[in-house]
Design a binder for this molecule. Structure first.
Ligand code: ARG
Length: 248
C-alpha cells in the first residue's frame, strides 16, 4: 500500500511538473507550440502520401512538445515565409533545417545545435562543375537560404536564380533553366536518391549548424525547449532519429 501511495505521489509530481512548466510558457497560441517550416527538405521535413509532415525535425518536435507540455502545431509554408513567421508573431519558432548565422542571431534566440551540414553543388551527370567553375554558372537556390546568401556574396545576384521551394529549384535544373543548385548536402543526397541523372560535389564553404530559431526574448520557451532538446541529445534519441531517416 505504501508503495502504491508513493507511486501515486510520484506520478502526481510528474504531472504537476509538466503542467506547471506549460503554464509558465507564453506562446503564440496558449498551450500550443506553433512551428513554421518548409516541408520540402527531406530527411529533415517533408510530406508523405497523405500530406502529413514527417521527418527528423517533426519527430524530434513531437517529443519536445510532449516534454514541455505543449500541443504541437506545425504550419507548412515556403522557407522564406517560415523564417518571417516568427517575427510576425505567427509561430513560436522556425524549425526547418535552419542554419545558425550571425545575422539570424540578431533576429532569433537559437537553441543548441543538433546537427552539422555543408553546402554542396548539384548538377546533371555529364557536366563538370566545381567550386572553381561556379562563377561561370547560373546557380539555382531556395530563397532565403544560406546557399543563396553565400553564392550571391561570392558571384553576384546576376549569377543566381532564387525559387520558393526545392521542388521548383529541381524542376528548373531538370529543364536546364539553371546549371546547378547550391544547397545543404544532406538534403541534396535525398533529392539525388529520387533523381537518377543528377550528381553532387562538395564546396569549400564552412560547415553549418542547425538549430531551432525561437522568438527573440521568449527566454522561458527557449530554456524549456533547450532543456528538452539537450536531454534527447544526451540519451541518444536525437542521433537515433537522424540515423533512422538518413538510412531511408
Ligand atoms: N540550412 C539552410 C538555411 O538555413 C537551408 C534551410 C532550408 N530549409 C528548408 N526547409 N527548405 O538557410
Amino acid at each position: 500500500m505504501k508503495k502504491l501511495t508513493a507511486l501515486f505521489l510520484a506520478l502526481a509530481l510528474c504531472l504537476c511538473g509538466t503542467l506547471a512548466m506549460a503554464d509558465e510558457l507564453t506562446t503564440v497560441e496558449a498551450g500550443k507550440l506553433t512551428i513554421s517550416t518548409s516541408p520540402d527538405f527531406p530527411p529533415f521535413e517533408y510530406t508523405d502520401d497523405e500530406d502529413n509532415i514527417i521527418g527528423i525535425e517533426p519527430e524530434l518536435l513531437t517529443l519536445i512538445a510532449e516534454k514541455v507540455g505543449l500541443e504541437l502545431e506545425i504550419l507548412p509554408m515556403d522557407f522564406d515565409s517560415a523564417l518571417l513567421a516568427v517575427q510576425q508573431g505567427k509561430s513560436d519558432a522556425v524549425v526547418s533545417g535552419v542554419t545558425v548565422t550571425e545575422g539570424r542571431k540578431l533576429i532569433y534566440d537559437f537553441t543548441e545545435s543538433y546537427t552539422v551540414i555543408t553546402q554542396a553543388i548539384v548538377f546533371k551527370d555529364g557536366k563538370d562543375i566545381t567550386m572553381d567553375t561556379l562563377k561561370d554558372q547560373t546557380i539555382g537556390v531556395q530563397r532565403g537560404t544560406t546557399g543563396q546568401i553565400l553564392v550571391e556574396d561570392d558571384f553576384g545576384e546576376d549569377h543566381v536564380v532564387a525559387y520558393d521551394t526545392y521542388s521548383t529549384v529541381f524542376q528548373a535544373l531538370l529543364n536546364d533553366q539553371i546549371d546547378c543548385i547550391v544547397m545543404d548536402d544532406a538534403v541534396a543526397k535525398a533529392y539525388l536518391a529520387v533523381n537518377p541523372g543528377l550528381v553532387m560535389v562538395g564546396t569549400t564553404y564552412e560547415p553549418e549548424n542547425y538549430a531551432f530559431g525561437i522568438t527573440k526574448g521568449n527566454t522561458a520557451l527557449l530554456d524549456a525547449v533547450n532543456e528538452a532538446l539537450k536531454s534527447f541529445m544526451e540519451d541518444g534519441t536525437v542521433q537515433a532519429i537522424i540515423d533512422k531517416y538518413m538510412a531511408e
